[in-house]
Design a protein around this ligand. Structure first.
Ligand SMILES: NC(=O)c1ccc[n+]([C@@H]2O[C@H](COP(=O)([O-])OP(=O)(O)OC[C@H]3O[C@@H](n4cnc5c(N)ncnc54)[C@H](OP(=O)(O)O)[C@@H]3O)[C@@H](O)[C@H]2O)c1
Length: 308
């Protein structure tokens, strides 16, 4: 199959393009600024293509030559979008353009990477536009599949670096004491599932995919610092105070967190039912965050004190 991976040079995309090429597919990674370093990340069989999903004319030729599209393009849920771009343009406009180009050029298979909690009426711009983008895909005259992953970790991912950027070693504050719950999945476990999702048996399905454990942001922060040999004690910062502070700095372009990002820390990011079994995978087979970091068996430490 000839597969175009929009966002193929990103964290998940680099792994996915490699996996698909190793499975014998002809793969093109599309992004706005593919570089020589991007090319070095891939096997020779992966081609690079330049295009901006928010500009139809820049992607239509690349789409036309393929049998399947994987849409990985998105803005980060953890950081403010860089200036000049927004969730509507990238998540909605980008999905509309890819779907339209696929419909007009007979590219029938469409795999959309969404996110846990995607909901047109959700609490953040990221979640709302992810939800509306899902609707565009479901209403398309295409053989679609939607995958909603929990947070994905691994070398080059931003979840663990985010936990560090938000905190300091030894003694740190976290909004709400870091009680928000996540269900992280390792990119090495997730990507084969994503590649399998292109098979015809998954057409018309929406899957929620999570890791083997639920951890709080405080757990993840402790694990990250423990891996560095630097213990950390977490102090709760009231959510209201966090939001008040972020309202003040929201307009400043050099501050990467805003009120929308703080709001995302008020909601758990875990699956109701883990659909990994639809791909022949048992949750217990997946790598835990702690095991990836090489600390303990990956089990969050039992707390001697409440989080908040
Ligand atoms: N990572 C996670 O924990 C996680 C969790 C849940 C869901 N997801 C979803 O998984 C997908 C991939 O995430 P990721 O972490 O791999 O993202 P990422 O590392 O930020 O990669 C994004 C990719 O999209 C490209 N891109 C950005 N804007 C573009 C545009 N306008 N037109 C064309 N290409 C564009 C980027 O390259 P250029 O900047 O060079 O264009 C890059 O290749 C996203 O849909 C994300 O919402 C990720």
């Amino acid at each position: 199959m000839q597969v175009l991976v929009a966002g193929g040079t990103g964290f998940i995309g680099t792994h996915l393009c490699t996996e698909l090429a190793e499975r014998g597919h002809e793969v093109t990674a599309l992004s706005r600024n593919p570089t020589a370093e991007d090319a070095d990340e891939f096997p020779d069989e992966v081609d690079l293509s330049t295009g901006d999903v928010s500009a139809y004319d820049s992607i239509v030729d690349a789409v036309a030559d393929h049998d399947a599209i994987v849409n990985l393009v998105a803005l980060s849920p953890l950081y403010q979008p860089p200036g000049g771009t927004d969730h509507e343009t990238v998540h909605l406009g980008g999905t509309e353009n890819l779907v339209r180009a696929a419909e007009e050029h007979g590219v029938d298979r469409f795999l959309q990477l969404s996110a846990l909690g995607a909901d047109p009426d959700g609490p953040t711009a990221y979640i709302r536009t992810k939800g509306r983008a899902e609707s565009i895909v479901r209403e398309a005259a295409l053989s679609w599949t939607i995958v909603r992953p929990a947070v994905v970790f691994g070398d080059g991912g931003e979840f663990l670096s985010f936990a560090k950027r938000l905190t300091t070693p030894y003694l740190t504050g976290l909004p709400g004491g870091g009680k928000t719950r996540f269900q992280p999945i390792w990119v090495g476990d997730f990507v084969p599932i994503l590649a399998d999702a292109l098979e015809d048996s998954h057409v018309g399905r929406t899957y929620e995919i999570g890791g083997p454990q639920v951890v709080t942001l405080a757990d993840a922060t402790e694990l990250v610092y423990e891996a560095d040999g630097r213990p950390v004690t977490i102090l709760p910062i009231p959510m209201a105070l966090t939001k008040f502070g972020l309202i003040a700095v929201d307009p400043l372009p050099f501050v990467p967190f805003g009120t929308d990002q703080a709001r995302s820390l008020e909601f758990d990011n875990t699956v109701a039912e883990n659909d990994v079994q639809a791909f022949g995978v048992e949750p217990a087979d997946l790598l835990t965050l702690g095991a990836y970091l090489g600390v303990r068996d990956g089990t969050p430490r039992e707390r001697s004190r409440p989080l908040a």
